[in-house]
Design a protein around this ligand. Structure first.
Ligand code: FES
Length: 106
């Protein structure tokens, strides 16, 4: 059943969430990758998955140096992506891997 949540992927790629490295499936949106890491808590989170709630905001930096704030449900993951800012709701859903406080976007 877990496989059905994810778009078909060829391999796991490495991203950073704050200062932690994680391996997640390529060809998937970032929010889906968070779900890959914390399946139950993201699944139970209050996320619309379709650009309406805006609770899935992240800030990220790419290898190229490009920085952006965006919706993680609408952003394709890419190798080496560094996620530097995380909304309050996402932080709560990722609480099993992230420290409680820090910068948020909500
Ligand atoms: S999950 Fe609602 S806007 Fe991304």
């Amino acid at each position: 059943m877990q496989q059905e949540l994810f778009q078909p992927y060829r391999r796991l790629i490495e991203i950073q969430i704050e200062d932690q490295s994680h391996r997640v499936p390529d060809n998937n949106m970032v929010l889906r990758c968070f779900q890959y890491i914390c399946l139950e808590d993201i699944s139970c989170g209050r996320f619309c998955w379709n650009q309406e709630c805006k609770t899935c905001m992240i800030g990220y930096e790419l290898k190229s140096g490009e920085k952006k704030n965006t919706l993680s449900c609408q952003t394709m993951v890419s190798e080496g992506m560094k996620i530097t800012k995380i909304s309050k709701e996402l932080r709560w859903a990722l609480r099993s891997i992230l420290p409680a406080a820090a910068e948020n976007l909500s």
